[in-house]
Write a protein that binds this ligand. Structure first.
Ligand code: NDP
Length: 270
């Protein structure tokens, strides 16, 4: 079950995994009004659902209806994937885990210095998972100071990372010594020409540049970074990997990521 506004491409991706692995399971999309969330979660539990995803606006408010939280969901205070373990419904967050899996195909974040644009839900998920994976330093670059300061504080106080906030104005110059640069804002979503305010001359060959935006698959930021010799990591891989991790949590099998990526691309028309 998926509670919230998750679209059909995700449904196609998850059901492709069930079909491919011979599981007679369904993943269905349901809209739940905020006032009905507790009743919906109790219903899912009563009906023996193995789990569900939840999207905005339920990612935080679902927590009070669950029996416990995984480590990263507890640290970031947001749940996008609920898993039945025994008689309990446990909240996990697979967004950051999916991102990490993608990133690790290019670089091990342990000990690395990272610049992260954004401080919303995706940025929090990515930052917490990078912290748990041993990143040394995360510079949060965000337009609004309040949200940015909160994230930098969480990284320092809870995960004991080096972290600071830079309030974003004008073209950001990526500091020398940065290993990974991540766009975790919504800039570029559905707009291949949208420009991230970053000084491209501060991107150097060998840096890993990642984007959480998955449509278009290659954002302008990734394109321009690749032209400068950076290694690009796209947001579609993150979306596939969070699906892979969810299916593994629910079913215990290791689904084939290629099958899921192909179904997702077909459903998205990319
Ligand atoms: P939020 O609304 O929680 O956060 C949006 C972030 O983008 C904030 O930091 C906001 O800054 C910043 N932002 C938006 N517009 C601008 C702008 N014009 N200039 C500067 N900063 C801007 O969104 P989410 O974190 O939930 O989602 C962000 C993106 O991540 C979306 O595109 C979403 O599709 C993608 N995503 C991808 C996933 C995947 O699997 N690939 C999974 C989850 C999300 P401020 O705080 O100042 O408002």
């Amino acid at each position: 079950m998926s509670v919230g506004a998750a679209g059909n491409p995700t449904v196609a991706m998850v059901e492709a995994a069930f079909l491919h692995h011979g599981l007679p399971w369904r993943y269905i999309n349901m809209e739940v009004a905020p006032a009905d969330l507790g009743t919906a979660v109790r219903g899912a539990k009563a009906m023996g659902f193995r789990g569900f995803n939840c999207s905005l606006p339920h990612k935080v408010s679902v927590i009070e209806h669950l029996d416990g939280l995984g480590e990263s969901a507890a640290a970031m205070g947001a749940v996008n994937c609920v898993v039945r373990r025994g008689q309990e419904l446990i909240g996990e967050n697979t967004d950051g885990k999916g991102f990490l899996k993608s990133l690790e195909t290019s670089i091990d974040p342990r000990g690395k210095s990272i610049v992260l644009f954004g401080a919303g839900g995706a940025a929090r998920a990515v930052a917490v998972e990078l912290g748990l994976a041993g990143a040394r330093r995360i510079t949060v670059v965000n337009r609004s100071g309040g949200r940015g300061a909160e994230l930098a504080g969480l990284l320092r106080d809870t995960l004991k990372l080096e972290s600071e906030l830079v309030v974003w104005s004008g073209d950001y110059v990526v500091p020398d010594g940065t290993d990974v640069v991540i766009n975790a804002t919504s800039i570029g979503l559905y707009d291949p020409d949208a420009r991230l305010a970053v000084d491209l001359n501060s991107l150097h060959p060998g840096m890993v540049v990642a984007d959480v935006v998955f449509n278009p698959v290659t954002t302008r930021f990734l394109r321009e970074a690749a032209e400068r010799g950076c290694r690009a990591v796209d947001g579609l891989g993150m979306l596939v990997n969070q699906g892979v991790i969810g299916v593994r949590f629910w079913t215990g099998i290791d689904p084939d990521p290629e099958v899921m990526r192909m179904a997702l691309e077909k459903a998205m028309g990319v």
